[in-house]
Structure formats: C-alpha cells, structure tokens
Write a new protein. Structure first.
Lengths: 606, 320
C-alpha cells in the first residue's frame, strides 16, 4: 500500500466530484417560468468530494477515489480536497473528459433542485477501483455513492465485503440510473443513506412522511440492507433496521441553502461508524453536521470541523427544547406534571379495567394537558356552563386520557377513575356526555366528531357567543369519508372559532397508517386544499402545543387544524411506537414497569 | 271531516310552517342536504339565511352537525329524502343523536312508494323499521297537511328526544280539518266499528276511508284508527279496540316488517293475541311507476283493504 497514512481509522470514499454552479432564487421556478436569481456561485461539489471533505474536517483520514476531467472553471473543484487528512493517491484526472457539473437552483430553506452533467464521474471503471484494493482492505468504512457507474459501485462493495469492511452506500442521482441495477447492489450492505426523493424513486413511491418512508425503507431492507437511513429535511431522519423504525428530530437552524446537508450527514455518520459507535449515535452526529452545513451556501463551504460540530451539539444538548422552543418556565413545568399525571392515571385505569386503548391515550396526554390546564375556558364546578369552551374527543377511544384530564381538572374525583368500563360506573368505555361531567359530546364511533364540533361552533356564532370548540381527531380516523364532508362544512361556514387537533401517531389497529391505507399524505397540503389554516407541531412539545393553540385563536377567517406529530404509547418506553399496544390493557407487570418509568412507585391491584 | 279531493302538499306545508315558526323561535335552525327545493326547506332558507344550512350532499355530516347544534341548545330541523335521512346516516343517528338523546328533528320527505317514478333506489320502505329500533327515537307519520302543520308546531319546542317525522312526496287529500289537534303518542279513532279494526299511518288513511264507505255498504263495520305516532305507539287504544273486534288490519306505505304492522304485532302478541293482517310492501323492492299504480300493484289501494277485510270477516277468522 502506497500513501502517507498510518494504519488507523481510515475511511475510503469512492464517488463523484462536480463543479456546482448555484443560483439562489426566492422560490422554485414553475414549468415554463423564468426566475431571476440574485447571485451566482461556482463552488466545489459532488457527493464523493463533499463526503471526503466532511470526513477530513471531522478529523479522520480519508482516501478519496474519483475522477475529474477538464474544468470549465479552473481551480474550484479541488479547492477543499487539499487537506492534510485527504489522500488522493487513487484520484484520477483525465483531461480528455469534462469534469462533472451540477446546475443547482437553491431557494434556501425551501430546498433545492439539481440538474447533473455527470462528465468524468461516469468513467470510473472497475479496474480503477480494483487498484485501490489494499486501501479498501485497510479501511474501517467504505463510503460509495451512486453518482458513478453502478458496476463500479458493485465492484467496490465486493471488495469491501471480501475484507469485512463496513459499507455505506449513499444514494444520489438515482434517477440517472436504472432502478433495478441500483437495487441489485443493495444486498449485504450495512448502511444505505438516501433522501426521500431518491428513495421514492427506487421504490416507486411518493415519500412525504415517516410512514411512507418506513414502507420504502422496509422494501430496501428486504433486498438485504441492514440499516436504511432516510434523511427527510424538516421531518427529521428515519432509521429503519431490525429494531423497527426510529425517527430522529433534526436540529433547528436558520437554513440558507440545503445543498450539502446530505453529504455532511453521510460524512459524519461514516466517522462515527469508523470509531465503532452505534448507528443511532452516528445519526445524531450526522443530523448536527447536516444542520450546520445548511447555514452556508454551497456543499463544502459550511462543512464543519470537529470542534465546531461538537460545540454546536453541546450547546443544543444543554437545552432540552432545542432552539425553537426553549422556554422552560413554571407553565411548561406544570404541563409536564399534568401530562405525567394523566399518563400515570391512564396506566392505572387500564390496569384496573383490564381493557381499553393504551397507545392512543398516551399519545394525546400532552395535548389534553395544555388544553385543560391552560388554553380552554372551563369551570369544573359548572360543567354545563353555556360559555365554556368545548372539546369533542372524536377519537373517543382515548377516553381514559380525557377522563384522567377531567379528574385532574376537578370535574370529578380521582377515585372515580377506577369506574372505567365498570358496570354501573360513570366512565363508559367511550365518552358519554350524559354520564360523565365535563364530557361535551358522546363519541366513540370514528369520523363523527368534526361534524359535531362544526354544529357546536355554528351554534356559538348564532348565539353570539365567543366560546371555542376543540376537536381531537385520530390519524386513522380521518380515513372516514365523513371527516372530509365535515372539513368542507367547516371551511364553507368559515368556522374560525373551531380548532381541530390531529393526533398523528402513525399507527392504527391493523398496522401503520401507510400500510393499511395509503393516501393520508400529504396531510398538510390536503387540509390546506380544504381551505383550512394548518399548523404543524411536535405533539409532545408543550410549548409548541400551547403556541399553536394560541395562534389558532388569532385566525379570523378559517378553521385551524394542528397537525400534532406524536408517538403512540408516548411516555412508556416499551409501549412507544408499538401497534400491539393500541387496544390492549397492560398486564400487572407492565403496569408496574410503566409506572416506574413515569416516576410513580405505588401500584396495587384492586 | 274531509274536504273531498282537495289535495295539498305536505312538503309545502312543512316549508311554510317553518317560516312562521322561525319568526317565533329564534333558536330554530334548519339543515338540508342539497334537496332544499324538494323538501321545501328552501322557504325557510330564503327568509332566515343565517339559520339555514345547506350541507351539500353529505348526510352523515349533516346528522352529526345537527347533533352538535342540538347539544348547544338549538331547535334543529334536518331534512332530506327519507332514503338518505334514515338509511345513509343511520349510524350517525344512532351514535351521535340517539345515544346522547339529542333532540334533533329529522323531517324526512319522499317517504315510502310515493316517490314513484324515481324507482326503488329512492323508495324508502324500510325507514320506519330502522328508526324504530333506535332507543330514544320517536317516530311520527302524518296523514295530511293539516296534521303535518300541527306536528311541526309541536316539534318546534320539543326537546325530550330525537324525532323522525316522515312525509310523503305526492300531494295528498286533506282528511283533517282545522279543528285537528295533535296529541303526541296518541292514536286517533276515526270511525267506531265492531267487525274488525283497521289501523293506518301516514297517507294510507285516505284509502282506508275510501274502503270504509264501501265496506259499510256491504255490512262490514270496521273501527278505523289512525296512528300518527308509531313510536311510542298507543298500546291502550289498540288493545281496547281489538278486545271489541278481535282482528286487525294494518296498512302502511312501508315494508310489512318492522313498521306499523310490526309494532302492532308486538303489542298484540304480548297483550292480547288476535288475528292480524299486515298490508304493506311484502319484503321486496318495488319498481318505477306512478304512486297510484304502485299502491295498486303493491297492495296499498282501497281494493286491497276491502279484500282483506271481506276475507277475514266472511270467514270469521279469529284467534280462539
């Protein structure tokens, strides 16, 4: 093996190198439209080069194997590759070819579009990578991207597997390749990293959220990939592996240009994997690196150095709520206590009742806490008060959560909670307005609550009352056609004093929402198309919930829906994201474990 | 009693009376599902634009919305064709209206065969049965415009329970005059008799009266009872009459299963077993045709009543 590196944690990157010609516009031009950009940038790019620079700056030695030709703009593409951590012994320059060019239209946080001239990237041969066999053999990790010929990719992966080297395939420009050919190289891969568009192309599916992402990822896993990672912009990052699907929230930053985010992510993940970390830790590191690079224009310019990245992570970690929501005051503390109390009582109630809906009750605890302990105008001493705000629990199976909130608010005593689902008791399996104080509408049969809430809202307007009506919908529930009938009624009648909250936990009884019936997404666009004001939040972030509910009050013309992204079974680790906990009561042992997690020791069976 | 042959439209009466009541009761709201011009709720809509809600072709949404309005103190009238008022949103009526006992007034027009030429898809001959099984639901079927008017007046301030009121499509002869008083839950004895009891509901009363004239001429004297309220049904009147006559014919513009005939059968078999003939649609779908033709073909004309009456009286059929 030639070269100047000692045998340490080296990483080999085989991939593309391009000249990025970037124009930034306010928005994407439509078909047939010409838009003026305010500046033009000639910057170094290409997935392979970006990843190599990312790795080098994070302090790892990296061999970069790629091919460039004649440059149309001199002295750009190699600029950042001249780094002490980067070895270019196997990098090829062939002046008979042209260097690849990427025409990039970026809009800042609204994303980018790339048109690629592959140039010399398309000319890397199997023989050329075979020459680097010794380097591949000594690598901790090999990163290869699909912007070079697929047969070359295949050769790289063969070599890596021959020596038991960890493999990462970064899928880019998949649309320029034959879909089946790309799929063929997936077998035996450790990690595939892709974004929602590229993965969507491979699996012939529109991926717009975690559900469809999981479906596509599982298709790739079936082809023999161990970990599938899909970077999904503001949605966060999705990891699908043998343990199921996990969502990693992104780091909130001021996005200038999304170009390079994916490669910074890949580079950082490769570094962590080379250091022997778990994939989940690598992803968090990658998310932070991806976030930092988007704060500068260009793919490589903003790639962070190790110290910079670690400082950024440390700062973010200091504050549990991240950048966007960081107030941790008495109110937020109160919300936390109330939602915890609700969760504790849900577990206890279901444990006593021996049946009921666990997952979907736990997922709405935070929303109900903010509603009943801050936002809603209620008088627990006078549950039928005409001017009260109303809540229609359209997903009536979350009754335990509602009952726990009502008891905590003082509509009835906490002892009553043990009457859940019991003969002669006041707490029916699904909410009953004639039996339980504080229940504003009888629900349980899915799909009807939004219409009822419309009726209540219309009544308020007719009676010149200013009360507000809240309706909590389930994500599976909105498969019911009546919801969309009602959605049209709300907007026809301009019911601005109506606020719907969608508990988007992604699961229904028979499986994930996308598996059972696709078409829920694009959810935001759908409600917008029905003329609703749409807000999107993390449904477990109390401040976000509070802020969204207050924002909704300001809306003067349209009904508001808050798309609350939630986790089914939230709060109890072994119930989270488990469809099995939709409609079963916890066993005694599960109750004890769950209550312990929620910080509540006492549990006696009655 | 009867102003002969003068026909009026129950629907027009419904529309007009709503307008009158709307002035008296500011909490009356009316919902329709894109059939306001047929149900005549449009008359209310033109007068009280802000209290009229055309919900479009979405009956399930309409029923649940009505529930929300009723839960907030409104006097809610909901109208569409009987087929789409009872059939399509049945589960919404059950779970969002009847179970919480919200006083929604469902005024279903175009009930039974009288929708005629539209054919079986629009002929609601099962609505009474599927409404009758719902706890808390009350059911009323008027015979003419006068009765319709009195019932709507009654319903304007009725908040005890949900109500299903069924109106016919065609113009119907008046059988009652202006002295008529509606008593909820009570039958009306139209004719005293001794040989048999004929109980009708809705517009079939007119055919019963026509058959009455002919039957009395051949020496058969039926007791004629009109039963506008099918639920709760006037048990006492049925039992008292059958104790006298020993046999009953029921007639309704509805399947013989589960409607008036079913209700009377239940009362008789539990209280005073007696011979019963149910005239109505015989567990089948009808067809397109003019209402009169359909009444004749599917067993609801005066001829069918006369035949049935003659048969049981001449053969002295009774339960021993």
């Amino acid at each position: 093996m030639k070269g100047k590196f000692k045998l340490e944690d080296i990483i080999t990157v085989i991939g593309s190198i391009n000249l990025d010609i970037i124009v930034k516009t306010e928005r994407m031009p439509e078909r047939g439209e010409t838009l003026a950009g305010n500046n033009i940038y000639y910057l170094p790019g290409g997935k392979g080069a970006n990843q190599a620079v990312a790795i080098a700056r994070l302090g790892k030695k990296v061999y970069f194997i790629g091919k460039k030709g004649k440059d149309i703009i001199p002295d750009v593409v190699m600029k950042n590759l001249k780094h002490p951590n980067i070895n270019l012994d196997y990098f090829i320059v062939d002046e008979s070819l042209q260097t690849g060019v990427a025409l990039v239209n970026t809009t800042g946080k609204r994303g980018n579009k790339v048109t690629l001239y592959t140039g010399a990237n398309d000319a890397i041969t199997e023989e050329e990578v075979e020459r680097a066999e010794e380097v591949i053999k000594k690598s901790k990790v090999v990163v290869v991207s699909t912007e070079i010929p697929i047969k070359t990719v295949k050769k790289v992966l063969e070599l890596a597997r021959k020596y038991g080297v960890k493999t990462i395939l970064s899928i880019g420009a998949a649309g320029t390749k034959n879909r089946e050919e790309v799929k063929e190289v997936l077998h035996g891969l450790d990690i595939v990293i892709t974004n929602e568009r590229e993965c969507g192309y491979l699996t012939n599916r529109v991926i717009s959220h975690m559900e469809t992402g999981t479906l596509s990822a599982n298709e790739l896993r079936k082809l023999g990939v161990n970990h599938v990672i899909i970077t999904m912009g503001k949605e966060g990052t999705l990891l699908v592996n043998a343990h199921g699907a996990t969502v990693f929230h992104r780091y909130g930053v001021e996005v200038i240009d999304t170009i390079g985010g994916g490669d910074a992510f890949v580079g950082a993940v490769a570094v962590k994997i080379a250091e022997g970390n778990f994939v989940i830790d690598a992803i968090d590191y990658g998310n932070a690196a991806g976030a930092l690079v988007t704060m500068k224009i260009g793919a490589q310019e903003g790639l962070s150095y190790k110290e910079e990245l670690e400082k950024f992570i440390a700062e973010k970690k200091k504050d549990e709520y991240g950048k966007v929501y960081k107030a941790y005051n008495e109110t937020i503390k109160m919300f936390e206590q109330k939602s915890n109390k609700i969760r504790v009582n849900i577990i206890k109630m279901l444990g006593h009742a021996g049946s009921g809906h666990l997952g979907g009750s736990l997922s709405v605890a935070d929303i109900l806490a903010v509603l009943y302990f801050k936002v809603m105008r209620i008088d627990p001493k006078n549950p039928r008060w005409e001017d009260r705000d109303r809540l229609v629990l359209s997903k009536g199976h979350a009754a335990p959560a509602l009952y726990a909130a009502l008891a905590e608010a003082g509509f009835f005593s906490e002892e009553k909670l043990c009457e859940l689902r019991k003969l002669g008791g006041d707490l029916s399996g699904h909410p009953d307005m004639r039996k339980t104080p504080g229940v504003d509408m009888t629900t349980g049969s899915l799909g009807q609550g939004l219409s009822v809430a419309n009726g209540m809202t219309i009544a308020a307007k007719l009676a010149n009352k200013d009360y507000r009506v809240y309706v909590l919908l389930g994500d599976g529930e909105i498969q019911e056609g009546q919801i969309w009938e009602a959605a049209m009624t709300s907007s026809t009648r301009r019911l601005n004093n109506l606020c719907a909250i969608l508990d988007y936990n992604g699961l229904q009884i028979d499986g994930s929402i996308g598996e059972v019936k696709s078409g829920l997404e694009p959810i935001v666009e759908k409600w917008k198309a029905f003329n609703w004001n749409v807000l999107e939040i993390d449904g477990h972030n109390h401040e976000a919930i509070w802020e969204a509910l207050e924002d909704a009050k300001k809306e003067k013309d349209m009904p508001t829906i808050i798309i609350a992204r939630t986790i089914k079974g939230k709060g109890v680790s072994f119930m989270e994201r488990k469809v099995e906990y939709h409609g079963v009561a916890p066993t005694e042992d599960e109750c004890r474990r769950a209550l312990k997690e929620l910080g509540c020791a006492e549990w006696q069976t009655k | 009693m009867a102003d002969k042959i003068k026909k009026t439209s129950m629907r027009n009466t419904y529309g007009d009376i709503l307008v009158r009541l709307g002035a008296m009761y500011k909490n009356i709201v009316v919902l329709d599902a894109d059939l306001a011009k047929s149900t005549q709720t449009i008359r209310f809509g033109k007068t009280y634009h802000d209290r009229f809600f055309d919900m479009g072709i979405s009956e399930q949404d309409m029923m649940s919305t009505a529930a929300g309005l009723a839960a907030s103190g409104m006097s809610v009238f909901v109208s569409t064709f009987a087929m789409f008022a009872a059939g399509r949103p049945w589960e919404q009526i059950r779970n969002s209206i009847c179970y919480p006992n919200l006083p929604v007034k469902i005024v279903a027009t175009h009930g039974g065969l009288s929708v005629g030429p539209d054919g079986p898809t629009h002929q609601a001959c099962e609505d009474l049965a599927i409404m009758r099984v719902l706890p808390n639901m009350k059911i009323i079927v008027p015979a003419d415009s006068v009765e319709t008017e009195r019932i709507i007046e009654f319903l304007a301030t009725y908040y005890e329970s949900p109500v299903y009121l069924r109106l016919a499509r065609m113009n119907t002869p008046l059988v009652f005059n202006n002295d008529y008083k509606f008593e909820f839950g009570k039958g009306i004895k139209i004719k005293e008799g001794k040989d048999l009891t004929i109980i009708s509901t809705g517009i079939t009363l007119f055919n019963v009266l026509k058959s009455y004239d002919i039957l009395t001429q051949i020496g058969i004297f039926p007791e004629v009872i009109h039963m506008p309220t099918i639920k709760p049904i006037d048990q006492q009147m049925i039992i008292e009459s059958v104790k006298k006559t020993g046999r009953i014919i029921t007639i309704e513009e509805h399947s013989i299963i589960g409607g008036l005939g079913g209700a009377v059968a239940e009362v008789l078999s539990e209280n005073y077993p007696a011979y019963l003939v149910r005239l109505g649609i015989k567990d089948m779908f009808a067809e397109s045709g003019e209402p009169d033709e359909l009444f004749e073909k599917y067993g609801l004309s005066e001829n069918h009543i006369i035949e049935a009456a003659k048969n049981i009286v001449k053969n002295n059929i009774k339960i021993k």
